[in-house]
Design a protein around this ligand. Structure first.
Ligand code: 1BN
Ligand code: ZN
Length: 403
């Protein structure tokens, strides 16, 4: 039998338990906040610009992508080999994998067209696959079948080059941060625990474009196959992340970038916070006068809106098969689309290279902030002629090489 005194005691116990749970929650929240600290101005200035590596004729990163690369053609293979060479040679710590599929298309009769997605990733050294969540940066590398010899510079050669630049710009900082953490045993046993199990992957998707005209079946060939395979690839039953797709912390899709003065809306309520993080970095780069592209209207016009039902205007793109499986998405696609969208003028000559360079700084800063690389980014050149953001602007503090 339970007496009145015991009931009172259990009420007090309940209050204490609640209090303790609030304290634990607050401490966890503090830990989370600490794990996503604002990147410093010094780190923003230290992010290297691409120098001449986005030159459309001779630049090491972008020029090899500026060619027709329809799935299953030699151009596609050549561009894929360019990515492979780049990561194998310049970034050997990144794990490279491919995901293959084939499909008929309405324009190619009975032949099975091959689609090859390339995934490159870096995880903290101490993590196991089911225990790491990855910031996922994505662009499609295929080009449209028509018009013949279409290049697709904004669609999406330039975004691919931006992501290569991002990988290169954070590589040394990742190594330094993770070695420092491991030296202190923080990553393995530290209080931050799962908060620090953050990795990154970059996905170059194939077969985004329709072969004939955009339908559910004639589009997103690579993304549909990859999302399905990631969903069906399970981690160990005891894992924090049960399958590969749930290991995506945020899917950041870059598309149609490279025209001057883009306006990127905030498309999704649940990731409006990440849009605002991107927008805040954009404003800081402008205020620091690091960006070289012409200013004018804010690239992120929705920054001050409150997340709500006003969002919408969903644009079908490679995020769709992932979003349908519960992945959080930040879609960096301008609206309106570039003037050159799906016409022959979407070539290297019509890119605004200052805008391309600024996007590459912005995406790098977003990744660096996400991965808490503040204090680990070195103001040194990462490419043959790459310059730090500040050097590019000619105001770099003399003599500083490390933060
Ligand atoms: C984006 C770039 N897309 C194709 N190339 C997706 C899309 C296709 C968006 C049709 C709107 C209409
Ligand atoms: Zn397109």
């Amino acid at each position: 039998m339970t007496g009145g005194g015991e009931v009172a005691l259990s009420n007090i116990t309940m209050v204490y338990l609640k209090l303790i749970s609030y304290i634990i929650y607050a401490v966890l929240l503090l830990g989370h906040t600490r794990a996503y600290t604002r990147i410093s101005d010094e780190s923003l200035r230290a992010i290297p610009g691409p120098g001449n590596e986005f030159d459309i004729k001779s630049g090491k990163l972008l020029a090899p992508v500026l060619r027709p690369r329809v799935p299953g053609t030699p151009g596609s293979t050549a561009v894929l080999n360019h990515f492979v060479d780049f990561f194998k040679t310049s970034l050997p710590k990144w794990k490279i994998s491919f995901q293959n599929s084939t499909s008929k298309t309405p324009a190619t009769g009975d032949s099975e067209i091959p689609f090859v997605n390339m995934i490159v990733s870096r995880d903290p050294t101490w993590t196991t696959p089911g225990e790491v969540s990855r910031l996922t940066l994505v662009a499609h590398y295929d080009s449209k079948l028509t018009p013949t010899d279409f290049i697709g510079a904004t669609d999406s050669a330039a975004p691919c080059a931006m992501l290569m630049h991002t990988a290169r710009s954070i590589d040394a900082a990742l190594t330094k941060k993770w070695s420092a953490m491991q030296a202190e045993d923080i990553g393995v046993q530290g209080f931050l625990g799962i908060e620090e199990h953050k990795g990154i992957q970059i996905i170059f998707l194939d077969g985004e474009e329709a072969f004939l005209s955009w339908t559910d079946d004639d589009s997103l060939y690579g993304a549909r196959s990859l999302a399905a395979e990631m969903e069906s690839t399970s981690h160990a039953a005891t894992s924090t992340y049960h399958n590969v797709i749930s290991s995506i912390s945020l899917f950041v899709l870059l598309d149609l970038l490279g025209e001057a003065q883009p306006k990127v809306p905030s498309y999704f309520q649940t990731t409006h916070w990440s849009y605002q993080k991107m927008a805040a970095l954009y404003k800081r780069f402008r205020d620091l006068e690091v960006f070289t592209s012409t200013g004018g209207a804010n690239w992120f016009p929705d920054v001050n809106k409150i997340a709500g039902p006003w969002m919408g205007g969903l644009i079908e793109d490679d995020h769709m098969p992932f979003m349908a499986r519960g992945v959080e998405v930040l879609h960096l696609i301008p609206h309106p689309f570039p003037r050159v969208w799906h016409v022959m003028d979407d070539d290297g000559e019509h890119l605004d290279l200052d805008t391309v360079a600024d996007w590459s700084l912005l995406v790098t800063a977003f990744a660096a902030e996400w991965l808490d690389l503040d204090g680990f980014l070195e103001a040194k050149n990462v490419g043959s002629n790459a310059t730090s953001a500040q050097e590019a602007h000619g105001t770099r503090v003399a003599g500083r090489t490390e933060l």
